[in-house]
Design a protein around this ligand. Sequence first.
Ligand code: UDX
Length: 441
Amino acid sequence: MSATKKPKRVAIIGTGYVGMACCIGFAEFGHQIVGYDILPERVRALQAGITPYREAGIGESLLTHLLNGRVSFVDDLPSAVSAADFIIVAVGTPSHADGSADITAVENVVTALTQMELHGATVVIRSTVPPGTSEWIADALRGNAHVVFAPEFLREGSAVHDFLNPDRVVVGAESRAIGMRYGDLFEHLSKPVLVMSLRNAELAKGMSNAFLAMKISFANEVANLCDDLDADALDVLEAVGYDKRIGRMFLQPGIGFGGPCFEKDLKSLISVSKSANADSHMLSATLHVNDRQPLRIVRTLIEEMGGSIDGARIGVWGLAFKAGTDDVRDSLALRIVEELASQGAEVVAYDPAIDGSAINLPCTFAGSALEAAEADALLVLTEWPQFRAVDAWALARRLRQKVVVDGRNILDIDAMSAAGIRYRGVGRRRTAESVEFAEAG
Ligand code: UDX
């Protein structure tokens, strides 16, 4: 923050991943933060410096800013917002059964805010909401507060880093002046601040996630084709991704995308398109490919196991929807474990971030990666770096049928094959001959 600028008072409503990244991020910028959550036990834990989930960059910074007095938490909304310049709304918007977004929590916060004196504060909606929602909020708070919609593009596992290093700041507002009240908080980062209408910003958020999800489904479709054609998808996608117009990120084939955002946001956009009688072929295809990908991984395993896994013991490495988090929301690894069990397999799982007693799954839990590999075959479902480091020979000694299906393409194909393991990645049906060809150079 520039020395001439006064720190702002920022209230954060909702202390999930997005709320906490804003809390730490704005404190790092030098502002004064009051966090509020509807769960009093969470507020108490945060007051004591305990975060309810694993997230890089939050734990230590939280303690620092609690101690220097820049961050505090309260369990009543009026005292959180009474003196705030900015009121950040970061509460959850899950899916209804029909795929549309359930914005009840946002509505409840807005209804409560309409009962309070906000002294012209800026209410910043960071929850992902369908197009049109922020216009309704602006109307509801007119005369009491200004409203902006500022979508988050934060990845779990690096949310604070992403907050502090945005590619761009998108701000939806009813006027440029209102939008820049929020945009100015990021001035010192010298990143593009894109001010647009509330509705355009809501769509920009949804379409960013849709495009990223589409890239992943595209990569998975390429990988599946490579499997069928005995080609290597990593070579193919690397060549594709080096084209600057395409880009290499989010082209890693695997078990499909999981987590609390992509699937939910795609379903919400499809529902919005339906209501507007618009086509959503690409969005639907993206979801369709993703729904099938976990079954494809199970099919690969069954193929390698000679046609059945009934009665087989299958080790599973990883349950979190990606490495660096203990979040299993919409994790495709869970769907795969359920599918394995429904096919008669006895599943033993290990994830370094997950305590098995906390989740209800048809499997037992091992205390280490190698213990989980005391099985007939092994499936890798989360790309934890420690799995990469496991010695191939140690793995081979434990696996009875020496089959590894690597749903994240993280293990060394040559080390696996040297240790006598039948290894299948996603889009990597590399034959012994092709390995020799590569070595002959
Ligand atoms: C995502 C968006 O990236 C973020 O901008 C948005 O605000 C919230 O949703 P997040 O869900 O935390 O973030 O995780 P992300 O890193 O995007 O990964 C989502 C899923 O896609 C994970 O299951 C991941 O393993 C998978 N993925 C990602 C792939 O399968 N291949 C890839 O190339 C990238």
